[in-house]
Design a binder for this molecule. Sequence first.
Ligand code: COA
Length: 188
Amino acid sequence: MPLNITIRSTTVDDLVTITDVHTLGFGYEKEARLTAALLADATATPTVSLLALHDGAPVGHILFTRVRLNGRDDPLLHILAPLAVTPEYQRKGVGGALIRNGIEKLRSMGSKLVFVLGHKEYYPRHGFTLHALRHGYQPPYPIPEENSAYWMFQPLTPEAVNIETGILQCADALHHPAHWRDDGGAEI
Ligand SMILES: CC(C)(COP(=O)(O)OP(=O)(O)OC[C@H]1O[C@@H](n2cnc3c(N)ncnc32)[C@H](O)[C@@H]1OP(=O)(O)O)[C@@H](O)C(=O)NCCC(=O)NCCS
């Protein structure tokens, strides 16, 4: 039976809850620190930050932050990072619900494209296309050819397929080689 999951936007009061979810979900603190840094980063706005709750208890969090193509503010574009579900709630649909809900929110705020560097078996189930570089979207730091499939994108409107291509620039907190390592995106 599907879980009764509630999803809501986060507030500044949720910071500790959010970082706890990432530390539990990933099993280490790096993504929790990245999330806290992104939530305090003016260059990351407008963000979409969603918490999944089961019976009032936090079980997952997703964050989308702004990226810029060729240094321009227009069109509005985003990247998904990070996403985590606490271990006992993994593989129960929570991650998928957060992605779907987040994408709807991005669409309603007028975002045109969303990128992700992550599990290549997982994100295509939620509309992402592998090999974004082959479609002309260059990541901020190079991804080795053997891992290039992990760099993915998704147009959020029918017209977005015609958006110009080029080099992506992330929010300052994400714009660091440590977040773009050649390990298939497991760190993002
Ligand atoms: C990856 C993660 C966010 C997925 O969320 P989730 O709620 O567990 O996943 P869902 O229930 O929405 O989807 C489950 C399906 O995706 C698959 N899946 C889940 N995690 C996967 C992974 N890491 N790689 C490939 N497939 C995965 C499952 O096999 C399952 O498929 P099935 O229904 O055919 O069995 C979650 O497992 C997690 O937090 N993992 C640790 C942190 C992490 O890796 N974050 C993402 C970094 S890119």
